[in-house]
Design a protein around this ligand. Structure first.
Ligand code: PCA
Length: 213
C-alpha cells in the first residue's frame, strides 16, 4: 500500500484575504502521485496553540502517512523554499489569528535549540527547478507560527523514526501584471514534484545550494 501524503496549508493571516499555501494544498487534494500515494489536504489555523495539535491529530487519526508536508506563506520570498532547519524559538512580529503574540521564548525548553530536516531537501529543490519553478533551500523558517509548527513536527518525528515529514514556504502568487510572485499553477506543479522527490529517495543529493550570507 503506497499510503497517503498529508499536505497542510495555513488559513489566511495578517489581514490577507487568502493564503497561497492553502490554495496550493487544496489544488493537490485527492491527487495520486507517481509512487501511488494519495494526497490528503488539511487546512491549519494560523494559531500558535492549535496548529500543531490539529496536525498531530490528523497524523494519528489513521494509518501512518507516507509523508507529512506542511506548507506556509513567506510573503517576502520569491522562490519556493524547502526548510532545512527548525529553530526552537518563537518571537512573533504580529499577533496570530487568536491574538497571541509570544516574544523571545523557546518552544520546548527541554529540547535542543534546533532540529534538522531529514528529507532530501536539495533533491526536492532540484525537482522543483526541473519543472521550471524558482526554488531554493532555506535555513530559517522564521520565528512565527510556521517555524513553531515545523519545530513541533520535527520534535515528534525524532520520536517516531518511521515517519517522514517537513516544511516548505511558498511565495505569494504572481499579481495580475505578472510581477513578483509565482503563479498558482506553477507552484502546484512544483510542490507536487517536491513531494514525489521526497518520496522517491531517502538520502539527499550532494548539490551546491547553501547561501553565502
Ligand atoms: N505563514 C506564516 C504563518 C502562516 C503562514 O502561512 C509563517 O511563515 O510563520
Amino acid at each position: 500500500m503506497p499510503g497517503t501524503v498529508l499536505l497542510t496549508g495555513f488559513e489566511p493571516f495578517g489581514g490577507d484575504p487568502i493564503n497561497p499555501s492553502w490554495e496550493v494544498a487544496r489544488q493537490l487534494d485527492g491527487c495520486v502521485l507517481a509512487g501511488g500515494q494519495r494526497v490528503q489536504a488539511l487546512q491549519l489555523p494560523c494559531v500558535f496553540s492549535t496548529a500543531w495539535p490539529m496536525l498531530r491529530q490528523a497524523i494519528e487519526a489513521g494509518p501512518a502517512p507516507a509523508l507529512v508536508m506542511a506548507l506556509g506563506l513567506a510573503a517576502s520570498r520569491t522562490e519556493l523554499c524547502v526548510e532545512r532547519v527548525a529553530l526552537n524559538w518563537v518571537d512573533a512580529r504580529i499577533p496570530d489569528n487568536a491574538g497571541e503574540q509570544p516574544l523571545d521564548q523557546p518552544i520546548l525548553p527541554e529540547s535542543p535549540l534546533a532540529w534538522r530536516s531529514r528529507l532530501p531537501v536539495k533533491a526536492m529543490v532540484q525537482a522543483m527547478q526541473a519543472v521550471g519553478a524558482p526554488a531554493a533551500v532555506s535555513y530559517t523558517a522564521g520565528t512565527f507560527v510556521c517555524n513553531q509548527l515545523l519545530f513541533l513536527l520535527s520534535d515528534y518525528l525524532e520520536q517516531h523514526p518511521g515517519l517522514r515529514g517537513g516544511f516548505m514556504h511558498v511565495p505569494p502568487f504572481a499579481d495580475e501584471a505578472g510581477a513578483r510572485g509565482v503563479p498558482i499553477g506553477l507552484q502546484t506543479r512544483a510542490v507536487r514534484a517536491a513531494l514525489e522527490a521526497a518520496l522517491a529517495r531517502q538520502h539527499d543529493a550532494a548539490l551546491v545550494g547553501g547561501p553565502l550570507d
